[in-house]
Design a protein around this ligand. Sequence first.
Ligand SMILES: NC(=O)c1ccc[n+]([C@@H]2O[C@H](COP(=O)([O-])OP(=O)(O)OC[C@H]3O[C@@H](n4cnc5c(N)ncnc54)[C@H](OP(=O)(O)O)[C@@H]3O)[C@@H](O)[C@H]2O)c1
Length: 265
Amino acid sequence: MRFFEGCTALITGASSGLGAEFARQLAPVAGTLVLVARRAEHLDEMKAELATRHPGLRVFVYVMDITRENQNRDFAEWLVKEKIRVNFLVNNAGMGDRGPFATGDWAKIHAMLELNVVALTRLTHHLLPMLLEGGRGAILNVSSIAGLIPLPHMSVYAATKAYVNSFSDGLRMELRDTGITVTAVLPGPVETEFGRVASRGAGEPEWSSPDGLLVSVEEVVRQALVAVSADKARVIPGWKVALFMGLAVALPLGVLRAILQRQAR
Ligand SMILES: NC(=O)c1ccc[n+]([C@@H]2O[C@H](COP(=O)([O-])OP(=O)(O)OC[C@H]3O[C@@H](n4cnc5c(N)ncnc54)[C@H](OP(=O)(O)O)[C@@H]3O)[C@@H](O)[C@H]2O)c1
């Protein structure tokens, strides 16, 4: 964790799940944390918890819907006003939608595209000059193993995460000699609020994660931070998940399609 000593980390989606855990694991070493999400009360609870445990840590809470461009602009101005120089950006906020595309609610699909793709890209674009000026820093994009294969009944979500994987790799290469590293973490199933948000509610079939592939929130975040400090391009937390996905992507695409299609029926 020496890599993160005294860093100023900005974490999107810090009000629950993986984002809250990133804040908890960075808190003992970071100098400043900026926690961003829409639910003010959750962020305030997080801030109170961290302030009690880590009296030397500066914690800022910023309530924002990151899909709103005007709120992003206000946020960038606020960072300047508060003299906060971010050098570790954790693009974590994201959501899913589970169910057939044909019957999906367009508003939810659109919100997912805006959050997982547009907001992540825009925030990175807004903050990159600050990171580059600092000369040393890191970007961590929270993607998903869903971005490695087409996923029926989560087809848009999987496509957004394929975008995140590709964007992360491309940007990483662009920034190679700048002192800014880019890492993507590709978790498998993790128990957070993600499942509830992705669910379409009553009438939808119950979904449970494949046996043995569940990885704890703590372990996903721990492995993600180790990967950032080791300047890894990608990490799939949990050896079983990594092995499972290694086998899946090694299959000829036609075979993979046939297997996924059978499961989707
Ligand atoms: N859980 C899994 O199985 C799993 C697997 C692979 C990848 N992931 C990825 O992990 C990341 C974190 O998800 P999670 O599992 O921790 O789920 P989560 O508990 O639902 O957390 C999502 C976070 O995103 C924030 N968020 C949602 N919409 C937002 C918006 N418009 N503006 C600002 N913040 C917003 C939420 O806060 P507010 O509601 O307070 O705004 C919340 O803090 C996501 O990118 C997800 O795709 C999760």
